[in-house]
Design a protein around this ligand. Structure first.
Ligand code: TNX
Length: 471
């Protein structure tokens, strides 16, 4: 049985024996360790446990933090108290961007919920929280430059559920809590589609979309038709709204909005969305995404976008988030190829593997299943970031699991959909390629079962499916 370490470290040398710990709670072990600063990769560390004690060596505070996460996973308990096995671990992440996305637009989720998600994701060595702040259903960010966007655009959620938005203070709390857990926050303002909520306060900025009959069918099926002008949208169809490329004030609004978003969120990336703009003419799509990208560049930050933005004019250091399937369709492969040609770097969020809103199986009570049917834990695990697109590994910035919240109405449902599959993304982002060391399904199943004990103690309501031999 492998140690219940997750994500699995680069090198684990298990030695005979164990160190008994004279502590009354697991986290007290952190104060027993001896800490040293060494040269090495920015987030890497060494953890040595022997009879002499616990020694942690790292080049940075983040490396130290990750060594501590590993140490906490090693703590076991018997009748005599807590102990840890003798080990020598050398570790560093495969990818620098290890993200989890939460959609707070379709259903609003509180700062408390987000703080807990941050803590639990950081335990698995994630370092990015991506907040999908705006969509057709709502604009969830209060801005001083345009207070009406949130005032008029955040009163509800899908199905008429309660709405809400984040104030300046809320954002500061989230950003600070993330930073304390070595996570950056990537805010997303989604455009030019997914913008019905903008029309509630700024009808002059949005256009009547030109919709293909196939899109209209989906709108009927998933939301009882198009929203009425001036009313919030409470269905969950996508692709029916658009900003208006010719609206005289659009560029200025985007400039002010991204300038303020940049002041609120100190991280290096600002996400401009760009997905599923099915009601926007191609040339308008490029014009609007280009405006947003100029607005982001004016702040000195790096633009990020969904991979469809490969069709627009993004700078060479832009980040493209790929949400197609593990086996890309011709169209998605082509868009990704264009993004690659522009010099972009990729964050992989293959929808049929790590979209956490997909059902586990037909019986899962929440969730969707458009991404190749339900996503078992096994499917979420058995893929490799380098095997999805034809992209050299150095152009892969990282991996991000995404939780869209059309059907995620509360924190219990959120936990059910996120755990355990978030661990699959954690290992894809941090550990060696699929097939090396313990990076295989049988090892993962066993380790996840061990971790389940920690999750249970932490009160996480994870999905106890039959694929994992839960203890
Ligand atoms: C696709 S893939 C979306 C979202 C939905 C999600 C539901 C992508 C970038 N956008 O708008 O919420 O599917 O699974």
């Amino acid at each position: 049985m492998p140690l219940a370490l997750l994500p699995w470290p680069v090198d684990v040398d298990i030695r005979p024996g164990a160190l008994r710990l004279d502590i009354s709670a697991p986290h007290h072990a952190l104060s027993l360790a001896r800490y040293d600063v060494i040269d090495g990769p920015p987030e890497g560390y060494r953890l040595d446990i022997a009879d002499e004690g616990i020694r942690i060596q790292a080049a940075s505070a983040a490396g130290r933090f990750y060594a501590q996460r590993t140490l906490l996973q090693l703590i076991a308990r018997d009748d005599e108290g807590f102990f840890v096995p003798h080990v020598a671990i050398t570790d560093a992440p495969r990818f620098e961007y290890r993200g989890i996305m939460l959609d707070v637009a379709r259903h609003f989720h509180s700062v408390d919920t987000i703080e807990r998600l941050v803590e639990r994701a950081a335990d698995l060595k994630f370092n990015v929280l991506h907040l999908h702040l705006t969509d057709d259903q709502a604009w969830r960010l209060a801005l001083e430059c345009r207070p009406e966007l949130a005032d008029r655009g955040s009163s509800s959620s899908i199905g008429g559920d309660p709405g809400g938005h984040f104030t300046r203070d809320d954002v500061q709390r989230i950003v600070a809590h993330a930073a304390a857990h070595h996570m950056i926050v990537v805010p997303e303002i989604d455009l030019p589609g997914h913008t019905h909520a903008v029309s509630l306060s700024h009808p002059e900025l949005t256009a009547d979309p030109v919709l293909a009959p196939s899109v209209l069918e989906v709108v009927e099926e998933f939301g009882g038709g198009l929203p009425r002008t001036g009313e919030p949208y409470t269905g969950f169809a996508v692709g029916f709204s658009s900003l208006d490329a010719r609206a005289p004030g659009l560029e200025e609004v985007l400039r002010e909005v991204f300038a303020e978003v940049a002041r609120l969120f100190p991280g290096p990336y600002l996400h401009v969305g760009g997905d599923e703009a099915l009601g926007t003419a191609r040339s308008d799509y490029r014009a609007i995404v280009d405006m947003a990208v100029r607005a982001v560049m004016a702040t000195g930050r790096t633009p990020a976008a969904w991979h469809e933005a490969g069709a627009a004019d993004l700078p060479a250091d832009a980040v493209f988030q790929y949400w197609g399937f593990l086996t890309p369709s011709t169209e998605h492969a082509e868009l990704a190829r264009r993004a690659l040609e522009r010099g972009g770097r990729f964050v992989l969020s293959p929808a049929d593997a790590i979209y956490l809103d997909m059902k586990y199986d037909a019986d899962t009570r929440a969730g969707l299943s458009w991404a190749n049917g339900p996503t078992s834990v096994r499917r979420s695990y058995e893929w490799d970031p380098a095997g999805v697109l034809e992209v050299p590994e150095e152009r892969i910035l990282g991996v991000e699991a995404a939780l869209w919240t059309e059907t995620i109405v509360d924190e219990a449902t959120l936990e059910h959909m996120v755990f355990p599959r978030i661990a699959s993304a954690a290992e894809a982002a941090w550990s060696r390629p699929l097939g090396s060391a313990e990076r295989d399904w049988e090892s993962f199943r066993a380790r996840i079962a061990g971790l389940g004990l920690l999750w249970e103690r932490a009160g996480i309501r994870f999905a106890r499916g039959t694929e994992i031999p839960w203890r």
